[in-house]
Design a protein around this ligand. Structure first.
Ligand SMILES: Nc1ncnc2c1ncn2[C@@H]1O[C@H](COP(=O)(O)OP(=O)(O)OP(=O)(O)O)[C@@H](O)[C@H]1O
Length: 479
């Protein structure tokens, strides 16, 4: 494979990459960097941990170095932690340029961000919601001269669902120039390829790793069949075994909900495991602190919701445990991709209950690989079952006392204030909307009831007429 030099990168950038441990380009870098340097749009689809970030950071920095100005490049990404991780790569690789970057994410002070944006950083790395809020509310910065628009985890940004970014993306796309270079990257681009292609229209270059299997070879993928009621005992047993057998270890456990994440963290701590939680109901500063503690191996276990499923690059992670089977194969691919990165080995264990077997089939079909069973000595699990279940119940009660759901409401209100919204006004608006909805529903019900009554009346009349006709006929016959 060609060296970085041969891809058209300047010597200072090649040297900077080398200092970061990037001595030879990975396939996605070797394939995407030259067309990006030629000015083409690019859609890059490569497996998790294959170096997609540097595949866009390096060429952007090269073009920036030829004519530096702000704001030159905007990178959009779905999570706040990922935004900081990408900013870090820009900072390190762009150091000789004196690169100025600005991270614009929710949960942090908007005024400070607005000030930073007004200072024209070269690169802005943002989550769509917060950047759209800035664009709606201030005119202290402009994206009109932008040269590069990058969508990292592009398929997630274009996905529609409960937490979609579509409305915010529309605001952002209005603010960026039509003449720009658009770079789109993800490990799972194919589902949203058509939508993505409409964003990248400048002689787009599409690159996908030529491989049937969608996950990396270095990943040992297992499943563990467990009845729902004993899942936690299996989890404690798995962690204990791992801790006993390895010296340098670190695990990410994915859960379905924030509450489950919180309970599991409390429970594992009661068993003296070094764990931290990461979910969207935590304050942003707590989220960053938790991740930092995990990254520096002070805590060996990260329990997270899907907020950590994509993009996070923590080389020490050897094990991913899915406490629930992901409902979508795509989510599975990203979750297990937190281990076995950049050629390292890793193992993933997905807990599967009797109700999840169809989900495993869907995953296997998508990744084009059969998961292997993970065997466990059941006797050892049974030995701790009661202890684990009692501990879990204690944690659930503790969490009820901590008003976890109430905190959720308070956090929501705080978030609104940070976003410049009035929570009381929002509450009123919501209540009014609910009222209108209720009124509409009542009206609809009334209409339906009237229609039903009318129908019944018509049927009654028809029946009456029929009976009258029959009576008349009988009367005639009797005559
Ligand atoms: N050319 C290279 N040589 C060696 N290591 C590399 C190279 N390029 C990137 N890496 C390393 O590989 C790791 C994964 O890279 P990166 O986070 O960009 O992966 P990704 O493809 O974006 O993964 P994901 O799909 O999970 O977001 C990082 O630690 C990065 O430093």
């Amino acid at each position: 494979m060609a060296a970085f030099r041969e891809l058209g990168l300047a010597p200072w950038l090649v040297e900077q990459a080398r200092q970061m441990g990037l001595s030879r380009p990975t396939p996605v870098q070797a394939s995407c960097i030259p067309p990006i340097l030629q000015g083409r749009d690019c859609l890059g689809c490569a497996k998790t941990g294959s170096g997609k970030t540097a595949a866009f950071v390096l060429p952007v920095l090269q073009v920036l170095s030829e004519d530096p100005y702000g704001i030159f490049c905007l990178v959009l990404t779905p999570t706040r932690e990922l935004a900081y991780q990408i900013a870090e790569q820009f900072r390190v690789l762009g150091k000789p340029l004196g690169l100025k970057d600005c991270v614009v994410v929710g949960g942090l002070d908007m005024v400070a961000q607005a000030l930073e944006l007004s200072r024209k950083p070269h690169v802005v790395i943002a989550t769509p919601g917060r950047l759209a809020d800035h664009l709606r509310s201030s005119n202290t910065f402009s994206l009109k001269k932008l040269k590069f628009l990058v969508l990292d985890e592009a398929d997630r940004l274009l996905e529609q669902g409960c937490a979609d970014f579509i409305a915010d993306l529309e605001v952002i796309l209005e603010a960026v120039p039509a003449r720009r270079q658009t770079l789109l990257f993800s490990a799972t681009l194919t589902d949203t390829l058509n939508e993505l292609k409409s964003l990248a229209m400048n002689r787009p270059f599409f690159w996908e790793a030529a491989s049937e299997v969608r996950t990396v070879d270095e990943l040992d993928q297992r499943y563990l069949l467990v009845p729902e009621a004993v899942k936690d005992a299996y989890l404690v047993h798995l962690i204990q075994t791992f801790q006993d057998e390895h010296e340098d270890w670190s695990i990410i456990i994915f859960t379905k909900t924030c509450k489950e994440c919180q309970i599991l963290n409390m429970m594992l701590r009661k068993f003296s495991f070094p764990s931290v939680a990461l979910h969207s109901m935590m304050k942003q500063r707590q989220r960053f602190a938790a991740l930092a503690k995990f990254k520096s191996s002070i805590f060996k276990i990260l329990i997270a919701t899907d907020v950590a499923a994509r993009g996070l690059d923590i080389p020490t992670v050897q094990v991913v445990i899915n406490h629930n089977t992901p409902g979508l194969p795509k989510i599975y691919i990203h979750r297990v991709g937190r281990t076995a990165r950049a050629g390292r080995n890793g193992i993933s264990i997905t807990m599967v209950t009797q109700y999840d077997i169809h989900l495993v089939h869907a995953i296997e079909e998508e990744i084009k690989l059969k998961l292997q069973e993970f065997s466990v000595e059941e006797k050892l699990v049974l030995d701790i079952l009661t202890h684990v279940n009692v501990t879990r119940r204690e944690c659930e009660i503790e969490l009820e006392y901590m008003d976890f759901d109430e905190k959720k409401e308070i956090n929501k209100r705080k978030q609104m204030i940070l976003e410049g919204k009035d929570p009381d006004l929002e509450e009123k608006r919501k209540a009014e909307l609910a009222k209108i909805k209720k009124k509409n529903n009542k009206f609809r019900e009334k209409v339906q009831q009237t229609l039903q009554e009318k129908k019944q009346l018509q049927m009654k009349r028809k029946l009456q007429k029929k009976m009258e006709r029959r009576n008349k006929l009988h009367a005639k016959e009797e005559k």
